[in-house]
Ligand binder design. Structure first.
Ligand SMILES: [Zn+2]
Length: 216
């Protein structure tokens, strides 16, 4: 399968009889337009060329692009390439733009959420943390160091966290437990809790130990 490249499309235009065929000298021609576009997975994304062509009806000699007199070319272009015909060729590009804009929007929203969670922690917020940095814990088997910790109590200045019993090699492992709801039960966490001030939480974020905050 060809994933990307250029493709061509031919569209028929009106008859033209004011150009002399350089091959047979007759004047009857059939006009056509040639659209070339770049495609990704067969979806047209942007146009690379629009050319006007004339085919002699007698000998089939073909004039294309610059061979067609400028005046004729200018007259034919609006007929051969009207917007209704050309616009569908951009649907791929429009879709692509929407997709990118959507992704940027989601990313931006996530950032805003994270900043909000950090500024005002709430009961049962789950923090994905690197336990080896800032929390002073040892990595398990050398590389397993990501865990969930959940806010179990809040008072004016301190946040009490229960640290998850499961330690993962990747942040993704913790996310999966959160998604599956495993982190919602208290048995998921160690019975010993740790107290952190808001300043300490912000410090964890600053040193990169706090990877994400999840709120349900
Ligand atoms: Zn001819």
């Amino acid at each position: 399968m060809i994933f990307f490249g250029t493709k061509g499309k031919t569209v028929a235009g009106p008859a033209v009889d004011c150009v002399t065929c350089p091959h047979c000298g007759k004047q009857q021609h059939q006009s056509f337009g040639l659209l070339r576009y770049f495609h990704i997975y067969a979806i047209p994304t942007w146009m690379t060329a629009r050319q006007v062509g004339l085919e002699c009806l007698h000998c089939k000699y073909t004039l294309i692009g610059r061979d067609v007199p400028d005046e004729i070319s200018h007259q034919l272009k609006p007929m051969l390439f009207p917007k209704r015909r050309v616009l569908p060729l951009f649907t791929g590009l429009i879709l692509l733009c929407c997709l990118v804009a959507g992704m940027v929007h989601i990313g931006h929203q996530e950032e805003l959420d994270q900043a909000q969670y950090l500024a005002a922690p709430a009961l049962h917020d789950i923090y994905i943390v690197d336990i080896t940095s800032g929390l002073g814990q040892e990595a398990v088997q050398g590389t397993y160091k990501y865990a969930a910790m959940r806010i179990v109590h809040i008072d004016d200045h301190q946040y009490e966290f229960a640290l998850g019993n499961m330690v993962f090699e990747k942040v993704q492992g913790v996310r999966q437990d959160i998604r599956k709801g495993k982190t919602n039960t208290s048995s998921y966490y160690d019975s010993e809790t740790l107290l952190l001030s808001h300043a300490q939480i912000r410090h964890l974020k600053q040193i990169g130990a706090l990877k994400a905050i999840e709120r349900r």
